[in-house]
Design a protein around this ligand. Structure first.
Ligand code: SAM
Length: 409
């Protein structure tokens, strides 16, 4: 990951440089050697972490706010380091397949995800051989690729430009969440080729009961899931799941010849492994709850302090959601615009969502990166609002009692 270590820290905060706006440092409430430098560009904020160490000041991008475009991160770090005595860095600009992928017009974020009405979805497209072929051969269909591996995303974004594709969109998010966003009965096929089997940690798999139900909800009545895998245990578990739940019928083929051989398929073929293809068609599915209910994830209350909620966890067992709030970072007393932020992880236990809570000077609260309009996020947000209100009331009562006691003394 791009980084540099300088002898002294970057100090020209609260300034604009071309398309960048460098805000003021936020200091960790517990560890004063940890700071965050928010940088705004292109209507988004990324956090640069600054860690004071014995050998100098280490600057690197915060993982949660990391943009897809590595060249942009390098450009920002180069700007921060340009007048500093740099001890070590890895900021040479190289235009390789790993640093390209700057044509972000086809990269979908959680805000405009619902604007896309995909006909075909591929989950975990990796090097992109299959999804690119799909897009080139189906110019009249809207195709969405969902992937969590940043280099694969950059590589496919590049190819979108090279092949001048207009119908392929990419979403950098966990597919188990994204699949919950789309309208019922709208998608024709969901492709899942060579998912990681996770046989020793099955809760990490893409396919589970929730995923199947959500997929069947968004699939058209004749739509299906197309799974290819070399892992017989994975395929058997999928069949078991749909048979137990009685929600699908299926077809299985062994060692059929696909139109396009993906990178992983080629790897397993070279090792003479058997390849299974499973088509899962929904059946007996009751009209599952649709996702039409909208939520804007606002906070109705004003807060004085975020610190009282930090480094704590809450679990709502009834709705199977949890909330965990991490360290507090706040603007120092000289800052012109004072805010405080804390990392928050929430949602369902197996597919948590990470973002930051931002408390503004006017006491209003918002998320840095917005949750998805899906059931687990709506429940977690409601749970969070309850906690914030209750804790706030509790603290107010505690303060009032303390003041009363002091008066009596
Ligand atoms: C074994 S690779 C297969 C890549 C490609 N389909 C192929 O056949 O060559 C699995 C891919 O799934 C992606 N992946 C794993 N979990 C995912 C998730 N929850 N959501 C989206 N993509 C995921 C990984 O990043 C990886 O690129």
């Amino acid at each position: 990951m791009p980084h540099f270590i300088s002898k002294t820290p970057f100090c020209q905060t609260n300034c604009r440089h071309n398309d960048l706006y460098i805000m003021e440092y936020l200091v960790n409430a517990q560890f004063k050697n940890l700071r965050i430098l928010p940088v705004m560009y292109d209507n988004q904020i990324i956090f640069i972490r600054c860690i004071e160490r014995k050998d100098g000041f280490l600057y690197k991008v915060d993982k949660l706010t990391k943009p897809n475009n590595l060249l942009k991160i390098k450009e920002i770090l180069q700007f921060l380091s340009k007048d500093l005595e740099v001890l070590t860095h890895n900021l040479h600009q190289t235009n390789t397949k790993h640093t390209k992928g700057t044509q972000t017009g086809f990269l979908i974020n959680q805000v405009n995800l619902t604007d896309i009405k995909p006909d075909l979805i591929e989950i975990g497209f990796g090097s992109g051989r299959h999804i690119l072929d799909l897009a080139r051969n189906n110019p009249n269909k809207i195709i969405l690729g969902i992937e969590i591996h940043a280099p694969s995303i950059r590589q496919v974004l590049n190819s979108i430009e090279i092949y001048n594709l207009k119908n392929l969109y990419i979403c950098n998010f966990d597919a188990r969440l994204v699949i919950q966003v789309f309208e019922s009965r709208s998608v024709e096929i969901i492709y899942l080729h060579f998912p990681i089997p996770w046989n020793n940690a099955k809760h990490r798999r893409v396919v589970n009961r929730d995923f199947l139900e959500n997929s069947f909800r968004i699939l058209k009545s004749n739509g299906y899931i197309n799974l290819r895998s070399d892992d017989l245990e994975y395929v058997r578990d999928c069949i078991d799941e749909v048979l137990t739940a009685n929600i699908a019928h299926f077809e299985v083929k062994k060692n059929g010849i696909p139109k396009i051989i993906s990178k992983y398929e080629q790897r397993w073929k070279n090792m003479h492994k058997d390849i299974y293809e499973l088509h899962l068609f929904q059946q007996n599915l009751q009209e599952i709850h649709t996702n039409e209910q909208l939520s804007h994830f606002d906070f109705p209350m004003k807060l004085d302090d975020l610190g009282i909620f930090c480094n704590q966890k809450w679990i709502d067992k009834t709705n199977s959601v949890f909330i965990s709030i991490g360290d507090l970072y706040y603007s120092d007393s000289h800052a012109q615009h004072k805010i405080s932020v804390a990392q928050i992880t929430f949602g369902s236990f197996y597919v948590p969502f990470n973002t930051f809570l931002v408390l503004e000077e006017n006491k209003s609260l918002h998320y840095l990166k917005y949750p998805l309009n899906i059931n687990s996020h709506r429940l977690a947000h409601k749970f969070l609002c309850g906690i914030l209100t209750e804790t706030k009331l509790h603290c107010k009562k505690f303060q009032q009692e303390k003041q009363k006691k002091e008066k009596v003394k």
